[in-house]
Design a binder for this molecule. Structure first.
Ligand SMILES: *Cc1c(COP(=O)(O)O)cnc(C)c1O
Length: 497
């Protein structure tokens, strides 16, 4: 399988796509075609462990990796020491029509672990395959969860380092503590005085700066990305859509071949894009429901065909979805444009120069057949947490609660009874303060610190607190660096000098 850029250029192998992250023309690497998975094969996946399912899907894309290499990487990534549930991505029944796909059983309690436990293995293998002897320096901009997941994935992996930028006031207490307490000799964490888009833009600029590359090279390092624009992040996410479907078949909830909807809490459009890829590979997917918080740029995009960043940026209780420029949408645009890279480039240039573009009515209708966009604000989110806990005895985190609310809006609007998988992206304990307010009212969390909120949440909900949250309190802070939005390059170099 070869990969080319969404803007038309390049033709590289899978390992080169993983190593480079972004294409030289600024586009994102996409596979030249979608490998097909037959209905027989989908049925066969039902008999397999998660690890084996991962091998079967990954090998379709990672053609310049040997089976043994993929197998070893998968075993290391999804081992019992990493995930606290042997199913890795367990599917829980909520009601007759709704299942929850829990993607938060990894070491950092968010779905980013699904990809970032595997990516370091793919990265080091890719470096070796391409004769790269320099240290692979990972740079990441995070809206909260990616940062810790990348740090945990790359921590002490030989031949790599991992530097994370997070928005100073844009992450939860637990998210920040998780990052600044990270151990490992090769981990670096820097707070940026700005929002997530500032951090992401800054990292993109570093990746396209020849001067910065030279400075890093002088220090024996080559840049690589672990952001969700990296194809190595996307492909592990395709696996759990197949896995969820095949679990539904095994549970007798659907017959193999019948459609299933997925409702995904969305920020950078990586997770839901993986669902779209699974659909293109032959998975029977009905609708993909794209759930946003108050930063509802995608909701507007799906209803109008216009993507516009001329809007206010809101800080919400689902911070990992506080995004105005959804990078991975470019991969969907490439399909919308019928794989015309020049057209994608036009749209992206417009976005950069004017802050908006329109795909036109015909293309909007094409999108409407597959996607439905909806949004929920903070009040609706907290109310949803309360309602699901009281009625279904299920504890949602704030991000998944956005999706749960949007799913109910979708059903009310479309009367669609297709079995639906609600994709759950974080443990409720990662956002304990807000989840506690959701089930017990705003006063319940008042005057409590992050740890007391978690303890109170455990007491009231009966849902056990993950060990890693309990341990957080006793870990020393190891990372204190800060920088302005224009000082990110020097801040990285300062870490290495
Ligand atoms: C990253 C993240 C999201 C958004 O996922 P995208 O792939 O960026 O759309 C949603 N919820 C949580 C908890 C996350 O960490």
């Amino acid at each position: 399988m070869s990969f080319f850029s969404t803007r038309g250029g390049s033709c590289v192998t899978a390992s080169q796509a993983v190593l480079r992250g972004l294409a030289p023309d600024g586009g994102l690497f996409v596979p030249v075609m979608f490998p097909q998975v037959s209905p027989q094969k989908i049925a066969a996946l039902g008999e397999m462990s998660y690890q084996r399912r991962a091998l079967e899907i990954l090998k379709l894309f990672l053609e310049d990796f040997s089976l043994a290499e993929i197998q070893d990487a998968v075993d290391a990534a999804y081992g019992p020491d990493r995930f606290d549930d042997p199913a890795i991505a367990p599917l829980k029944r909520l009601d007759d029509q709704t299942w929850v796909l829990e993607l938060f059983h990894g070491p950092t309690l968010a779905f980013k672990d699904m990809a970032l436990q595997l990516l370091p293995h793919l990265t080091t293998l890719s470096a070796r395959k391409n004769g790269e002897n320099r240290e692979v320096a990972i740079l990441v901009a995070t809206s909260g969860d990616t940062g810790k997941a990348a740090l945990e994935g790359f921590r002490d992996v030989p031949g790599t380092s991992c530097t994370v930028f997070y928005p100073l006031d844009g992450v939860s207490d637990v998210q920040r503590l998780q990052m600044v307490t990270t151990a490992g000799a090769n981990t670096h964490v820097i707070a940026v005085k700005g929002n997530f888009d500032d951090a992401q833009t800054g990292v993109k600029e570093l990746f396209s700066s020849p001067d910065f590359a030279t400075e890093m090279d002088r220090r024996g390092k080559v840049l690589s990305s672990a952001n969700s624009i990296n194809f190595g992040r996307l492909v592990p996410q395709v696996v759990y859509y197949f896995s969820a479907y095949t679990d539904l078949v095994a549970q007798g909830a659907v017959r193999c071949g019948d459609p299933v909807n997925f409702c995904v809490p969305t920020g950078n459009f990586g997770n839901i894009l993986a669902a779209y890829y699974a659909r293109e590979m032959g998975l029977p997917v009905g609708k993909l429901i794209c759930a946003s918080n108050r930063n509802n740029v995608l909701t507007d995009f799906f209803s109008s065909g216009i993507y516009s960043t001329h809007r206010i940026f809101f800080k919400t209780k689902s911070p990992s979805m506080d995004i105005l420029v959804s990078s991975n949408l470019e991969r969907l645009l490439f399909e919308v444009a019928d794989r015309d890279g020049a057209l994608v480039k036009t749209w992206m240039d417009l976005l950069k120069k004017c802050g908006s573009y329109s795909v036109g009515d015909q293309r909007r209708e094409w999108l409407e057949n597959i996607f439905w966009g909806g949004c929920a604000d903070d009040n609706a989110t907290l109310a949803e947490i309360g309602a699901r806990f009281q009625q279904d005895h299920y504890l949602l985190d704030t991000h998944t609660a956005v999706a749960s609310n949007v799913l109910r809006q979708y059903r009310a609007a479309k009367n669609d009874a297709t079995p639906t998988v609600l994709v759950s992206t974080a443990s409720p304990y990662k956002f304990a303060r807000d989840v506690l307010s959701g089930i017990a009212g705003p006063d319940a969390a008042e005057n409590l610190d992050a740890f007391a909120c978690s303890a109170e949440l455990e007491k009231r909900s009966g849902v056990p607190m993950p060990e890693s949250v309990r341990r957080l309190r006793d870990l020393p802070v190891r990372h204190r660096a800060e920088c302005g939005t224009d000082g990110m390059g020097p801040a990285v170099l300062a870490e290495f000098d």
